[in-house]
Design a protein around this ligand. Structure first.
Ligand SMILES: *Cc1c(COP(=O)(O)O)cnc(C)c1O
Length: 466
């Protein structure tokens, strides 16, 4: 690269920064845009492979011009579509630096500052979520991979106790591992089971209540119904209801049965940080592993989740790239690659560090409390409208409503809301019926946004009804 080419590249970086700031200023006050479809965007980008080099600044300018109509306003204050955080500006800024510094946190030498931030942020995470301080933390892409990593540690340890070394000898010929899972578990947990050779279908499903929480009596029966190594998968924050399994009852049962208890807490685990929600998570710290996300309630930019394992040695055995049987000596430095599937990777801990520093313990508590309050108030205001039915009690930040008395009215109302673009809300199925599902998980959302959205939803419903 010539000095001239370098300078041109830096200009492109400046443009990207400027335009990104302009975008975020706009989206913070804008309505939730109707966005171009994937098919439309494909047409916009479709072109043969370039034969010749391009000019950096022109490439970035072109990229922005083409992409903007297809950028979903997921950071807008009235985005309630999925459990999605706000990609908070502080986290984005930190993440820009990770890219600009070109840090590969594959080991301590290649990225000393990033590795140190990951170590410190890991301790902060355990503190804010009030999990065992001796647990290890792996920085992964999200809760899907966090579930996978935690379940790999679980598989390693339950089989080790049955005198089987799964890392060396694989699963073929191993003692069978029983996997217990709540009937309303998140689909991504099954991906982990699939990757690990434990089988997505080869699970024992545990009956749940109306909010999707495992019934302790059913859990106890399932544990007693077999023998040998057992992994039990619970969840903090059901994706439709926000409810958490009754950990204070199931954790002691799992322990007594010698089962490894894993918790998928992608967003719900953050309820631990909020005074009026923490009681729903009593006992969750008795589990053996926890998967959670940074890019949901912690509002980091995308590509940030945490695999947390009480038994750090099992975690390393399942993930460490070299010397899996020789974990670092006592007191050795934390090797960033020893807790994740990858070697070369993005320094996800930098954004995590920045966001924990941004909010502090009090800010996280306040954010979770506010989002839950907004969800509760929106649900109550909607339920007061004739023809709108609140599907179940609101316990956290998620809720569901139905319109009229068939699926068609509900789907038509959701379609209308999306077309009106005052807010973005999606549909889902729950107990075989379509519902409108609202997720309040953004730091950008205010009480006022809740009120504006409720008015828009009621207007859409009335238009469908009349
Ligand atoms: C979002 C979510 C996941 C998947 O997390 P990703 O970050 O998308 O990989 C898993 N479980 C639950 C309960 C979730 O809400």
């Amino acid at each position: 690269m010539t000095p001239h080419e370098m300078e041109a590249g830096l200009e492109a970086m400046e443009r990207a920064a400027r335009e990104a700031v302009r975008y975020r200023r706009g989206v913070a006050s804008a309505e939730t845009n109707p966005v171009a479809t994937y098919r439309q965007m494909l047409e916009v980008f479709d072109a043969p492979l370039p034969e010749q080099p391009g000019e950096p600044d022109a490439i970035i300018a072109d990229l922005i011009a083409r992409a903007t109509p297809g950028v979903r306003a997921a950071t807008a204050p009235r985005f309630f579509g999925w459990v999605i955080g706000n990609s908070h500006p502080t986290g984005v800024a930190a993440d820009w630096l990770v890219s600009a510094w070109g840090q590969n946190v594959g080991n301590l030498t290649s990225a000393p500052a990033a590795a140190a931030m990951e170590t410190v942020a890991a301790n902060w995470l355990l503190e804010v979520l009030d999990l065992p301080r001796e647990a290890s933390v792996g920085y992964v892409t999200g809760a899907t991979v966090a579930n996978f990593v935690c379940l790999a540690a679980a598989r390693s340890e339950v089989l080790r106790r049955a005198s089987w070394d799964v890392e060396a000898d694989g699963l073929i010929g191993a003692p069978p591992v029983r996997v217990l899972i709540g009937a309303d578990a998140h689909a991504t947990v099954f991906s982990g089971l699939k990757y690990l050779g434990l089988g997505a279908r080869r699970v024992v499903t545990v009956e749940t209540d109306a909010l999707g929480r495992m019934l302790p009596s059913a859990f106890e029966r399932a544990l007693a119904a077999g023998e040998g190594p057992v992994i039990a998968i619970a969840q903090a924050g059901q994706i439709n209801t926000g409810a958490s399994d009754p950990f204070d009852q199931i954790a002691p049962l799992a322990k007594a049965a010698g089962a490894w208890l894993h918790v998928d807490g992608a967003f719900g685990l953050w309820g631990r940080a909020a005074p009026t929600r923490a009681d729903q998570l009593i006992g969750v710290d008795q589990a053996d592993s926890w998967a959670t996300d940074g890019h949901k309630w912690l509002q980091t930019p995308y590509d940030c989740g945490f695999a947390i394992v009480r038994d750090a040695e099992a975690h390393r055995r399942a993930m460490a790239i070299t010397a899996s049987y020789l974990p670092p000596a006592q007191g050795a430095d934390r090797e960033p690659s020893a807790y994740v599937p990858e070697l070369s990777r993005r320094a996800r801990g930098v954004g995590t560090w920045a966001m924990l520093r941004q909010f502090g313990r009090a800010g996280i508590a306040e954010l979770v409390e506010r989002d839950c309050r907004i969800a509760r108030d929106m649900a109550a205001a909607l339920a007061a409208e004739p023809g709108v039915e609140l599907v179940c009690e609101v316990v956290l930040n998620q809720f569901m409503v139905r319109f009229g008395d068939d699926d068609a009215a509900t789907l038509a109302t959701v379609e209308r809301i999306q077309a009106d673009a005052v807010a973005f809300i999606g549909a889902a199925t729950w107990r075989d019926r379509w519902v409108m599902r609202v997720s309040v998980s953004s730091a950008a959302t205010t009480e006022k946004d809740g009120e504006i959205t409720v008015a828009a939803v009621i207007a859409a419903w009335r238009a469908v009804r009349d």
